[in-house]
Design a protein around this ligand. Sequence first.
Ligand SMILES: Cc1cc2nc3c(=O)[nH]c(=O)nc-3n(C[C@H](O)[C@H](O)[C@H](O)COP(=O)(O)O)c2cc1C
Ligand code: SF4
Length: 447
Amino acid sequence: MHPRERRIILKNVDTEGYTPDIDCYIKNGGYEQLKKAVKMQPADICAEVEKSGVRGRGGAGFPAGMKWKFLDRKSGKPIYLICNADESEPGTFKDRQIIHKDPHQLIEGMMIAAFAINASLAIIYIREEMPLGAKLLNKCIEEARAKNLVGENILGSGYSCNLIVHRGASAYICGEETGLINSIEGHRAYPRIKPPYFPAALGLYMCPTIVNNVETLCNVKHIVEMGGEAYAKLGTPGNTGTRIWSLSGHVKTPGYYEIECGKATYGDLINDFGGGMLPGRKLKALIPGGSSSKIIRGDERFKGKLKDGSPYDWSWEDVPLDFDSPMMVGSMSGSGAVIALDDSVDIVEALANLNAFYAHESCGQCTPCREGSLWMSRITRRMVSGAARTEDVDLLASIGDQIAGRTICAHGEACAWPTQSYVAKFRDEFLAAAARKERRSGAMRLV
Ligand SMILES: Cc1cc2nc3c(=O)[nH]c(=O)nc-3n(C[C@H](O)[C@H](O)[C@H](O)COP(=O)(O)O)c2cc1C
Ligand code: SF4
């Protein structure tokens, strides 16, 4: 563990002798918060979650307490809780640490959340590539059931809720909450249009449903333990708690780091937590929040005014690690996946690689996303292979512009933002690639 980390969710992860079973979890204080929660009023737990200000850790950063408030409790239909354990955004590898190394923490967080929203069934949707995680979760759920922590009349409270694991088949779009819901129902993971299909009103089987990320649901346990107000003191106003950042790319020590929100910067993450860039290399560009987030140049400066009116003049190194600050520099913290690209990276090739992924993962329902993602992929591929034309640079940018904001789900933005930002910020490299008439030597083979 890095000395500047503030480990709450990852407290037990990677500690010597800690094993992912119920005895070890209980020995370390596990399930005490569920015991406390079932003696509370469900509405009081919801109020604590709201007070905590905890924001979703899956990508959009939407406040969990507010989402729970939107739940249609008057419909008379069953209520469902779904944990999004799809972890599909490239660069993200935080949720799987919890699932593989401290699964009971997720189960406890989910059972508290389920009790608070009066869910009759809770489901963990886990991607295919995590077979060990699915197996482990199933084993742990049975351990919890044997101790009356899951299932009928939980801890004698009169509240009953089953918890099951549902394995996805690994399309990126299964991570989008309404696609995920369709997938559980046995359909193709086609995202649903919002409105009207906001899960809190019309979710699984058209019943009110809450979908939250793994890390978000783990936080619920800690909010019950410390109280919403105390939790809200962690981090900074509007950006409360800790966040787990997945750091990868050309740094010396890639890994996952849990840091109090806003108490470190991207510069700290890369130069201190990450040990700095690889020897002799410097940062060329930064992907601040998963592969779909807009790229930041290593030599860019960002000027503006903070909420209190004071001016800021930041480089990427000064941007605080939280939810709001990456947005102030035109990007986002997304799923908390930070990818550092050094000066050996060919930006056109990097985009071609991402575009191949996003074209492959479009579900095909919306024409701009289905066709546009494929066109962007083809154009960047021909730039890499020396078969492009100069006008392809503007064509590429205009396709991105015509996808974003015109689709059913945010995959439209996810595939457009890299193209829009890479071309705008590294135009010279795109022009040079478009003018090149031979394949770039050493270029990767793209699908
Ligand atoms: C294309 C796409 C992929 C997504 N993949 C994930 C994912 O793998 N895991 C996740 O938690 N959220 C993912 N999301 C966000 C979910 O739709 C949803 O907002 C999230 O699960 C809500 O949980 P939270 O409020 O706790 O963040 C994705 C969204 C989109 C548009
Ligand atoms: S934006 Fe793309 S992924 Fe989302 S529904 Fe439309 S075609 Fe499918």
